[in-house]
Structures are given as structure tokens and as C-alpha cells.
Design a binder for this molecule. Structure first.
Ligand code: HPA
Length: 280
């Protein structure tokens, strides 16, 4: 057994002492987007620090606990608070909860983040469904020996975000009357924001939004055969020729204002995925 497999087994065993729930869907709540956690009918709440091999979350805006319960009648596991590379974690650590969620039973992952808008058609306050990504983290969580029981050595990235789920999200947004942008998310390691020259470059290479997360988790989800639905809350506009100084408090406030839209879409998507919504 590889070290990683052993660590996953130990984390799952610790969680199983508190909860017998088999989640079908995993949810990662991004910066300023933890409101969805309040909609979960939580059965068990476990602090990350009480789960073996889970790193401790260091960012104040992230609560740092695993929630097991049900959302829209479906068993889910939610990460309220995620780990970032800029906190000093390896990408293997950042993505460890995804491995654990897979072992707990998930087949689908819903990821969210706060991101800067690079597409000039986007405005702060918009919500975007992620259609694809660009990894500019300069790192990859799959570097190192591959455990073939967890996934293939060379995972195919032809469709990291499920086209079926993107279409579902777009249909749901239409039905709910929510404007939903679509686009490519580019991940940087952070923690500094990007320069004007970097924003110009990112836009040129095809990115619509930029942030400091999500891509490592999605790579591991793809490796593990989990289908992914991803959303970016566009919190600020990263237009190189009209750039304003970044205000982190404002970014978080904007993410908070987008959160109810995200919650509504995710809940309705889950209902439709699980066949519990027969209205459309
Ligand atoms: N870069 C720019 N703007 C942002 C980011 C980022 O990583 N995250 C949220 N807004």
C-alpha cells in the first residue's frame, strides 16, 4: 500500500467513527462562498484538525471543517474552507480532502472560488460556470509515484469539467433567471495579485477569470474519475488598462453578494442530477 493510500484509509477511518453517511456529491466552498454550508442539513461536523493527515486551514475567511449531511435531499460532504498553495502546503496536501471524499463515496464534485474577471464582458458580481482551466501554478498534485489504484499515470484532460453538468447549470440558471457567464479559469499560486502585464498575458492565452485555487482539486478529481462542476464568483475586474488597486475586503464582500446565486444554482443542479426536481 502506498503512503498516500494509507493516509486516505486512516482519514476515512477517523471520519467513519463519527459518521456512517455515504456522500454522493462533494462540495468545496471558496472564499466568501461558505453560505451554501448553512443550507446543508448537517449530521456531522468534523474540524480538519481532528482528521488525520488533513492540513490545518490558516486563512481567517475559511472555517476549516468537513460537513457531512444532506443538501436538497442528497447525501453530501462539504469542505467549508479549502487549502491553498500560498499557505505553504504542497499540492498533495491541498488535494488530500478530494481523495478522502472519493473514498467516502462521492462521484461528483462541485467546486467554487472567488476570481478576478479577465474577460472585459464580465463585471464584478457576475457568476461564471467554469468550462476549462489553465494551470499556471508551476506545479501539479500528481507529480511523484502514481498509485494505479487511485487513478491513471497520465489522466486525460479533454473534459475536466463535465459538459453535461455545464449544460445543466446553464439550463438551471436560465430557469432561475440568473445571469451565468461561462469561461476558462486560470490558476496562479499567489499570494500576490497579478501585474498588469500578467493580466494582459492571461487574457491573450485564453483565460476569462484568474484565481489561486481549484485547479489542483480538479486535477485530482479527474485522476480519481470524479465528474466536476465548477463556478467562479467574479469579485473584481482585472483589466490591465483600467486596473484599480485591489481591496481584499471588497473582494470578500462581492463574493458574499454572489453567494446566494451560487447556492440557488447548486441546489437546483443537485436536485436535477439526482432526479428530485421534476419541474423541467
Ligand atoms: N487575482 C486577481 N483577482 C482576484 C483573484 C486573483 O487571484 N482572486 C479573486 N480576485
Amino acid at each position: 500500500m502506498t503512503v498516500l493510500k494509507k493516509q486516505i484509509t486512516e482519514a476515512v477511518a477517523a471520519i467513519r467513527k463519527d459518521s456512517a453517511l455515504t456522500p454522493r456529491i462533494g462540495i468545496v466552498l471558496g472564499t466568501g462562498l461558505s453560505g451554501l454550508a448553512e443550507k446543508i442539513d448537517v449530521q456531522t461536523r468534523i474540524a480538519y484538525k481532528d482528521i488525520p493527515h488533513f492540513p490545518d486551514s490558516t486563512v481567517d475567511t475559511h472555517a476549516g471543517e468537513l460537513l457531512l449531511g444532506s443538501l436538497a435531499g442528497t447525501p453530501v460532504v462539504a469542505m467549508s474552507g479549502r487549502f491553498h498553495a500560498y499557505e505553504g502546503y504542497t499540492l498533495q496536501q491541498v488535494t488530500f480532502p478530494i481523495r478522502v471524499a472519493k473514498e467516502l463515496g462521492i462521484h461528483t464534485l462541485v467546486v467554487s472560488n472567488a476570481a478576478g474577471g479577465l474577460n472585459p464582458q464580465f463585471a464584478a458580481g457576475d457568476l461564471m460556470v467554469i468550462t476549462d482551466h489553465i494551470n499556471m501554478m508551476g506545479d501539479n498534485p500528481l507529480i511523484g509515484p502514481n498509485d494505479d489504484t487511485l487513478g491513471p499515470r497520465f489522466p486525460d484532460m479533454i473534459e475536466p469539467y463535465s459538459n453535461t453538468l455545464i449544460e445543466l447549470a446553464e439550463n438551471v440558471a436560465l430557469a432561475l433567471g440568473i445571469k451565468l457567464q461561462r469561461g476558462v479559469y486560470l490558476a496562479c499560486p499567489g499570494p500576490c495579485l497579478e501585474t498588469r502585464a500578467e493580466y494582459r498575458f492571461m487574457r491573450t492565452i485564453g483565460a476569462d477569470a484568474v484565481g489561486m485555487s481549484t485547479v489542483p482539486e480538479v486535477i485530482v478529481a479527474v485522476h480519481a474519475g470524479i465528474r466536476v462542476l465548477g463556478f467562479s464568483a467574479i469579485t473584481d475586474e482585472c483589466l490591465p488598462d483600467a486596473l484599480k488597486p485591489v481591496d481584499i475586503a471588497k473582494i470578500i464582500a462581492t463574493a458574499n453578494s454572489i453567494e446566494p446565486l451560487l447556492s440557488d444554482i447548486v441546489i437546483r443542479c443537485i436536485e436535477r442530477m439526482e432526479g428530485k426536481d421534476r419541474t423541467a
